[in-house]
Design a protein around this ligand. Structure first.
Ligand SMILES: Cc1ncc(COP(=O)(O)O)c(C=O)c1O
Length: 412
């Protein structure tokens, strides 16, 4: 029978025993998620049996190449793209940096980029650095109380010189989900491109780059149950016109090499197939009639994940919004946000709150999470102490969230 709820014991059984049996409630998922056995198995299988230079004619080398190609292709398929539209590089920070350098020669002094204050710095600094080359950088503000993206201000920021708008699908601080298709349509109508940071979105919802018509879309696998590498999706024509940043002999249509000057990280690319294995295992367990493509099966699984995470978010909001002197950034409703919660408590430093939670075996952290501009914009003046962030993933339970909210009630 097709299951309409995520089977949490089944989900948790896919991870190493130590993940959920050490007495801790883990809420640092926006920092990096746990990794299922399938990913670890793929990594060790690669290193045990095929850790050689790939693509040579001997069998071990062919196996290495096949395993890497499999990881790469399945990650592309999950988001509705093909392997030649996807570059797998060291991190989202590095991938955005390389992309900005690759687009810069196509632009002239006086051209404009719009950078959301809501961004993690990964989707901010690389574009701001282009000011050194005469590119005009405009800031897209947030609401000073909630940290919400001021979509009402975008129209006035766009001009005929706008080349690109850089913004997050979800903020790693507020958790708000932005309307990527609508913003993309608006930006395209002005003749510009979008660069969407989806690092804080991809662990929570299915991705469909084609349906949304995004130009560039990036995320990091270590936030979505994988190894510590990142992916850049780009429309094929955009990737082709971007200028190579790798060795000079790489052809302009060799996208994977020309836009990854660091070179591929072999065993981690092979391990990516484990993320798809995990999604397939969840799909087979929950659905009598799995869809025809990995992309569609991913959407089935993330439908269950989103519903479960909404329950976690509702439970957290019930507790947090009734906690006196707690200021929660982002939306106060569960359905249009990721379960990533950033807050401050009046009269306490964020470090103190985290210390108290840590003492109760609740894993979380405080700080600016590399989004200091956002914290300044919402009036968190001591950005080093910053906000407390507690972030859930689909493998968390309602009981764990209750442990957190009960602990917060005791702290205030
Ligand atoms: C929203 C967001 N964007 C970008 C990044 C940077 O990703 P990476 O560590 O792969 O550079 C992070 C990392 O925390 C993030 O949360």
């Amino acid at each position: 029978m097709t299951q309409t709820f995520l089977d949490l014991p089944f989900v948790r059984a896919q991870f190493p025993h130590t993940c959920f049996n050490d007495g801790w409630a883990f809420f640092e998922n926006a920092g990096g998620s746990y990794v299922p056995n399938a990913v670890i198995d793929r990594m060790t299988a690669y290193m045990r049996a095929s850790q050689v230079q790939p693509l040579a004619p001997y069998p071990k080398s062919q196996l290495a190449a096949e395993r890497m190609a499999d990881g790469h292709a399945r990650m592309a398929e999950m988001i509705g793209a093909t392997a030649d539209e996807v570059v797998i590089g060291p991190s989202t920070s590095m991938n955005v940096y390389v992309l900005a350098q690759a687009l810069r020669p196509l632009w002239k002094a006086g051209d404009e980029v719009i950078v959301a204050v809501l961004n993690h710095e990964a989707n901010s600094s690389p574009w701001r650095r282009l000011a050194d080359f005469g590119i005009v950088v405009k800031e897209w503000p947030v609401d000073a109380e909630t940290g919400a993206l001021r979509t009402d201000l975008l129209e006035d920021l766009l001009t005929e010189r706008t080349r690109l708008v850089a913004f997050p699908h979800v903020s790693n601080i507020t958790g708000d989900i932005n309307d990527v298709p609508a913003i993309t349509r608006q930006v395209h109508a002005a003749g510009a491109m979008v660069c969407v940071d989806a690092v804080a979105y991809a662990p929570h919802r299915a991705v469909d780059v084609k349906a949304w018509d995004v130009d560039f879309y990036l995320y990091s696998f270590y936030k979505i149950m994988g190894p510590h590498i990142g992916m850049l999706y780009g429309k094929r024509e955009r990737l082709l016109e971007a200028r190579g940043q790798g060795h000079l002999f790489f052809a302009e249509d060799d996208i994977q090499h020309k836009l990854n000057p660091a070179g591929p990280n072999h065993e981690t690319i092979a391990a990516l197939a484990g993320i798809a294995d995990y999604v397939e295992a969840l799909c087979a367990h929950h659905f009598d009639q799995p869809a025809n493509t990995l992309h569609a099966r991913t959407a089935q699984v993330f439908g269950l994940i989103a519903a479960h995470e909404q329950r976690l978010a509702e439970r957290f909001l019930d507790g947090a919004l009734n906690t006196p002197s707690l200021r929660l950034l982002g939306r106060h409703t569960a359905h249009d946000r990721a379960p990533t919660f950033a807050f401050t408590i009046k009269g306490k430093s964020s470090a103190e709150v985290v210390q108290a939670l840590t003492a109760q075996q609740i894993a979380c952290w405080n700080g600016d999470f590399y989004a200091p501009r956002l914290l300044e914009a919402v009036g968190v003046s001591d950005t080093a102490d910053g906000v407390v962030r507690t972030s859930m993933a689909h493998y968390n339970t309602v009981e764990e969230v209750e442990r957190l909210t009960n602990a917060l009630e005791r702290i205030v």
